[in-house]
Design a protein around this ligand. Structure first.
Ligand SMILES: C[S@@+](CC[C@H](N)C(=O)[O-])C[C@H]1O[C@@H](n2cnc3c(N)ncnc32)[C@H](O)[C@@H]1O
Length: 314
């Protein structure tokens, strides 16, 4: 537990943020004492709590956790310092501990990569909107499901977890990825006989002669380098979806480092999260699908989920 460097009572969040930013330039860990959030619970951030003539401003654990994330730190377990106060400790994340830095084309996301340590379904901010998307397309009623950039198959695994086993076995699952090691692992994980995996470049789907699908899922993949995003997306809708098919697209709006999923996509030429590219791509897909008579919803936070369900009548 780091030494307490500062005590905050009625200082503004602006003051605390400035202090934290400055102190983190010198130190990898910062610790400070504040009012125990349980005492002021139910209040909004900044509401006054008076204790023994001391004026405190309330902040919830959510606010302290948000601050840690914004500072690109992990928050350690808060410790009680006195009857009314606790210690908040932030530890800088190791920015180099991330798969984002690898240059290996096919195996950047392979089983030996740092990416393999990530289990997205265990992060509530990913799990909850993905579950909602699967339910909204009625995944159990689909027959053929295609996943592009399947990696080791986590997206299929959740489908297997939520459906009754017989219903799951009626699905025909097809997963494609150019990582040989990830696909070998996926083949071992899904050995029930209803899943096929290809080590293949998704720019060349034609040579696989896959036929059409009731549902296409692709998460964190279409915006990869070397993929013509718009072209591939239009091709998927026109050539690989049945007339009343559905599509789930997941757009990352986070970075993974030091064991944490940090909100906000990193944009080229910006030192902070800038979302023009994200909004542009998401909006392009939304507009395109609406023109093709799909009902489209956008949900999520660290991953933006675009869910399109065809409502074509002709
Ligand atoms: C960011 S990962 C996302 C994996 C998984 N969908 C997830 O969200 O955990 C992108 C995946 O797409 C694969 N990929 C990228 N470009 C590809 C291409 N041109 N052909 C096939 N797979 C590709 C990578 O190997 C990787 O597994």
């Amino acid at each position: 537990m780091g030494t307490i460097l500062k005590t905050f009572t009625s200082e503004s969040m602006n003051t605390i943020l400035a202090w934290a930013n400055e102190t983190l330039k010198e130190s990898d860990t910062i610790a400070f004492k504040v009012l125990n959030p349980d005492i002021g619970r139910g209040r909004y951030a900044g509401e006054i709590v008076m204790i023994s003539d001391i004026t405190y401003l309330h902040r919830s654990y959510k606010a302290w956790s948000d601050l840690g994330e914004l500072l690109v730190c992990r928050m350690l377990t808060p410790k009680a310092v006195s009857e009314h106060t606790i210690q908040i400790t932030y530890e800088k994340l190791d920015l180099n501990d991330s798969f984002h830095h690898s240059d290996d084309k096919e195996e950047k996301y392979g089983t030996e990569s740092r990416f393999a340590a990530i289990h997205k379904n265990e992060e509530p901010a990913f799990l909850s909107p993905y579950l909602r998307a699967l339910r909204s397309v009625k995944v159990g009623e689909k027959k053929r499901i295609l996943n592009l950039g399947i990696n080791t198959g986590d997206e299929f695994d959740l489908i297997r977890q939520i459906l009754p086993h017989d219903e799951y076995l009626n699905l025909e699952l097809v997963g494609i990825d150019h990582s040989q090691t990830a696909i070998s692992h996926a083949r071992e994980r899904f050995s029930e006989g209803n899943a096929t995996f290809y080590v293949h470049d998704i720019n060349d789907l034609a040579s696989l002669e896959l036929g059409k699908f009731d549902l296409i899922i692709t998460i964190g993949t279409l915006q990869s380098p070397g993929i013509d995003f718009k072209l591939l997306f239009m091709q998927l809708v026109q050539e690989y979806l049945i007339r009343d098919g559905a599509i789930i697209l997941g757009f990352p709006n986070c970075r993974w480092m030091g064991g944490e999923m940090i909100y906000g996509a990193k944009a080229p030429n910006y030192s902070y999260s800038e979302m023009t590219l994200l909004y542009k791509d998401v909006y392009y897909c939304k507009k395109y699908l609406q023109q093709k008579k799909f009902r489209v919803t956008l949900t999520g936070k660290n991953y933006i989920f675009l869910t399109g369900t065809s409502i074509r009548k002709d």
